[in-house]
Design a protein around this ligand. Structure first.
Ligand code: ZN
Length: 138
């Protein structure tokens, strides 16, 4: 293929990318905004984190609690999450980053434009940007 054809293909490729994929280029892994109240840790921006990663909040919360050995609740009315122990901000950010790498970000192109779909008995993380499918364990 000569250079001209290559660029022609590239143009076609770019045009075929849907709008909502193009606009997520500056997406970053969300970080927590926390506050301590007595012996609890409150994630104040929980709802915003969920909106950013487009995943089931119960699943993320369960993973965080499991990894940190903590218990807690999601407060739906306030959009916050509460952990019943003192957790360092860096530990929470690390859990969220790990979660994103496993359940949000495409391992091929690094974009967060993914969906979790069911394929037979498996759950598959499917990338809308490049089409990569990766089996995940929920
Ligand atoms: Zn991808």
């Amino acid at each position: 293929m000569d250079e001209k054809d290559y660029y022609k293909l590239l143009d076609v490729g770019i045009e075929q990318i849907p709008e909502d994929v193009k606009t997520t280029e500056r997406w970053e892994i969300p970080t927590v905004d926390i506050e301590y109240e007595g012996k609890t840790t409150i994630i104040k921006n929980w709802r915003k984190i969920i909106e950013q990663i487009h995943r089931d909040e119960k699943h993320l919360f369960k993973q965080i609690c499991k990894e940190l050995g903590a218990a807690g609740d999601i407060q739906h009315s306030s959009g916050r999450a509460v952990l019943k122990s003192i957790i360092k901000k860096s530990s929470l950010n690390k859990q969220i980053a790990n979660y994103c790498k496993e359940y949000v970000i495409c391992s091929t192109c690094g974009k967060p434009d993914t969906d979790i779909i069911k394929d037979g008995r498996n759950h598959v993380l499917k990338c809308q940007a490049c089409g990569t499918r990766r089996i995940i364990k929920l």
